[in-house]
Design a protein around this ligand. Structure first.
Ligand code: FES
Length: 160
């Protein structure tokens, strides 16, 4: 039997119709048609399914959809500033060459967004710690860290 779960996804109120054992990841990708959130390992080890749940990053493969009743979720689709304007993190990932195959990129960008929302001036070690659960098999992380540092610097410059 399906449960109807009222939830806010990317600032839009909606309902997910889900079986009790459905993960948030699967519900987002199927019922929500939000396929930017990727399914890598499905057991909480790769970070490709990262979304922001009530302001905190979570592995959506480890959360049941029935647990998100009346909560707020932000996915990679909701990170974008507007329809024709990407988020500075997305822009800097492109500028820095921080994506190669791109499979891990949504999860890392969402994780970086959560980090910068909470800590606008992270040290390199804090960036490394934040993305430690996001596995990338292509880039070697140098460009990813560069893109996150650049975004933080730009955002802090704007606030001065
Ligand atoms: Fe969720 Fe890998 S798919 S952590």
């Amino acid at each position: 039997m399906k449960h109807i779960i009222p939830v806010t996804i990317n600032d839009e109120a909606c309902e997910l119709a889900v079986e009790p054992n459905r993960t948030l990841l699967d519900a987002l990708r199927t019922e929500g048609a939000l396929t930017g959130t990727k399914k890598g390992c499905d057991v909480g080890e790769c970070g490709s399914c990262t979304v922001i749940l009530d302001g905190k990053p979570v592995n959506s493969c480890l959360v049941l959809a029935v647990e998100v009743r009346n909560r707020h979720i932000q996915t990679i689709e909701g990170i974008q500033t507007s329809y024709d304007e990407v988020h500075p993190l997305q822009d800097n990932f492109m500028r820095c060459g921080a994506a190669q195959c791109g499979f891990c990129t949504p999860g890392i960008i969402v994780m970086a967004k959560a980090l910068l929302d909470e800590n606008p001036t992270p040290t390199e070690d804090e960036i490394k710690f934040a993305i430690a659960g996001n596995i990338c098999r292509c880039t070697g992380y140098t460009k990813i860290i560069e893109a996150i540092k650049l975004t933080a610097a730009q955002q802090n410059q704007k606030m001065e």
